[in-house]
Design a protein around this ligand. Sequence first.
Ligand code: SF4
Length: 306
Amino acid sequence: MENRDAELAEKILSLKKRRNAVILAHNYQLGEVQDIADFVGDSLGLSQNAAKTSAEVIIFCGVHFMAETASIICPDKTVLLPDINAGCPMANMITAEKLRDKKMELPYVPVVCYINSSAEVKAESDICCTSANAVKVVESLETREILFVPDLYLGHYISTQTNKEMILWPGFCPTHLRIRPEHLTRLRQEYPQAKVIVHPECRPEVIALADEVLSTGGMCRFAQQTETKEIVVGTEIGIIHRLKRENPGKKFIHVSEQAVCPNMKLITLEKILWSLEEMAPEVKVPEEIRLKAKAAVDRMLEIGRG
Ligand code: SF4
């Protein structure tokens, strides 16, 4: 299997060069996919990298809304998503039409949309955010009331960190919802010295038991900076690969074997190679939607990381 991966990786790297392509991978991707990427990061880091790359082709190893975000930022580049079925159930919990209806009810309330949303939903929003900068984005707005879509749990977490009144959309990440307080309680007993870090997409009862609430990029920085040798990690399992690679002297304990996002695992080395060969499937956002969505993404990029 390792030989097979090495063979595929070699083919991908040589074809990538010929195509003038860059490979961007989310922290939740399979280990072998992360290993061949030019950049591995969280949604914010991936957007920033897409914005500054000089490559003509972006192979996006993540889910559909991430490839769309790259297309929004870089309309002149070819953005490929090696498996077009890699979607995000949370992003699918809201549509532009439903958001328009809600905006009619709340005409003076600005809309902050989590980056885990379709281009059409971004186009209906005032500003975008990621879990790395959500608090900073919300605080940058002048109104007290904010309509936050689509993640109820991230929105609730932000409301505990600001004095804003958050109107929350009832969306959620099924993967993070599988992380339960009893998982943390058990691991605290088993690893009494460990620090517990969780993602803000987790339910409040889980967040209440954590030492730190961090985006995946924040988790990577925390792991490098902390003196602690044992860390319980409450997010999707893919990040453990990167944490181990970057911190060989530390032990990372994944919170639950149930916290796996099947969509993130759809991208494989075979599909990346096929995608580079065929230059497909391409993700391209129609220009009218792109321009509106770009305004929301640009406002976020100006604010940067939290
Ligand atoms: S981990 Fe959750 S939010 Fe991320 S892509 Fe999977 S379902 Fe969507």
